[in-house]
Design a protein around this ligand. Structure first.
Ligand SMILES: *Cc1c(COP(=O)(O)O)cnc(C)c1O
Length: 380
């Protein structure tokens, strides 16, 4: 396409995600968090972790938060604490990030993929009900891109069939369904604090959230060599701890999470105004009872690859979340799925594009991105 080589008028360099605004804003607070850990001379399982766990539990409206090494390990330890393993089936959405599926595989259980609602991109409760077998032990809804799943229906199905629910809350910190915050519905839930997530550390980090004391205690043991009392190993555990430095950084960032989320919502509003009715573009649809934390702003078009190239040529960064659905990944070839088995997940993989979104993104930048998208469709 010749026109994609032409640059449109304004000179842009807009990345898909930019940390500079928040890092400038938080620099002094982050440096004092560093100093506090440095001078404590204590780096693993100390007071900074306990503080962050307490603060995050308050934020997430649960009784317990247990910090762990990352989001994938959080999901895995949640499943392990529930004693899910070989012979069990766990229902996961067919269009999730691979980590949800990997967590199930680590336990020896079988991931059962279920198609999402083509409007919200979140797991479709009707399809969950159809996938339940006598082996089913749990459902893992994923609040994809930042929008809360239809948790009332998910919890009702789980209750009826006596299944556990483990929310994958890696992308939706602070989102709600029917006014209730994600990460507080399931029996035990996993959250990621990967740097690019809405609440991000300066390295890898994650946590489980739960109201169940016994499950929280079990994860505390599992993350630390299966031991609650030093050198006394009750379980075959792991080294999957969240360190003091990351915990201290996360305490700083947690205070800014909701103001940053409000900025994401504002940016999304700007996009909705600028991109309404442009080409065949599909903008995010929000379920009437859900809120969206806009971890990502994902648009869809049949011309996705051309649009991505055009934006790239014009200095606008984008990403695809996710280009290959789990059932078509080589790692899962043994499950025997073929192209066509999950048509909604495949369609989403072929048409989705994440456009720039970060707290601190300016109105002028949003307008410039939208202008580039409009000129792509005009030139087509
Ligand atoms: C990021 C992510 C994870 C994994 O989190 P890490 O901290 O990177 O291990 C799991 N599930 C979803 C949906 C994610 O986006």
């Amino acid at each position: 396409m010749e026109s994609s080589k032409q640059r449109i008028d304004i000179d842009m360099n807009i990345p898909v995600l930019d940390f500079k605004f928040q890092h400038d804003l938080l620099k002094d607070e982050m440096l004092s968090a560093f100093t506090s850990v440095y001078e404590s001379n204590w780096f693993i399982l100390g007071k900074h972790l306990v503080n962050f766990e307490t603060e995050y539990a308050v934020f997430n409206q649960v009784a317990y938060t247990v910090g762990v090494s990352n989001g994938l390990d959080a999901l895995y330890l949640a499943l392990k604490a529930l004693e899910i393993g070989a012979g069990d089936e766990v229902i996961v959405p067919s269009n999730t990030y691979i980590a949800t599926v990997l967590a199930v595989s680590y336990t020896g259980a079988t991931p059962i993929l279920v198609e999402p609602d083509p409007k919200t991109y979140n797991i479709n409760p009707e399809n969950i009900a159809k996938a339940i077998t006598p082996q089913t032990k749990a459902i893992m809804p994923v609040h994809l891109y930042g929008q809360a799943c239809q948790m009332d229906e998910v919890m009702a199905i789980a209750k009826e069939h006596q299944l556990y629910v483990i929310e994958d809350n890696a992308q939706a910190h602070g989102a709600t369904f029917n006014g209730k915050i994600t990460g507080s519905f399931g029996h035990i839930n996993g959250v990621s604090f990967y740097p690019g997530k809405n609440l991000g550390a300066l390295g890898d980090a994650g946590a489980i959230t739960t109201n169940d004391f016994a499950l929280a205690e079990k994860v505390k043991a599992l993350r630390n060599y299966g031991s609650k009392v030093k050198y006394n190993n009750e379980l075959i555990g792991h080294n999957m701890r969240l360190d003091e430095m990351q915990a201290a950084f996360l305490s700083v960032k947690l205070k800014h999470l909701m103001p940053f989320t409000a900025q994401r919502v504002q940016i999304a509003d700007w996009y909705y105004k600028e991109l309404q009715g442009v080409g065949d573009l599909v903008l995010p649809y929000i379920h009437p009872q859900a809120t969206h934390a806009y971890h990502l702003f994902v648009v869809r078009t049949q011309y996705r690859d051309q649009l991505q190239k055009y934006l790239n040529d014009n200095g606008v960064g984008t990403l695809i979340h996710y280009p290959i659905p789990p059932h078509l990944q080589q790692a899962y070839a043994h499950l025997g799925y073929v192209k066509g088995d999950f048509p909604i997940a495949e369609e989403l993989a072929d048409t989705s594009l994440s456009i720039p979104m970060w707290p601190g993104m300016k109105h002028a930048e949003v307008k410039a991105v939208a202008m580039a998208i409009r000129s792509f469709f005009n030139e087509k």
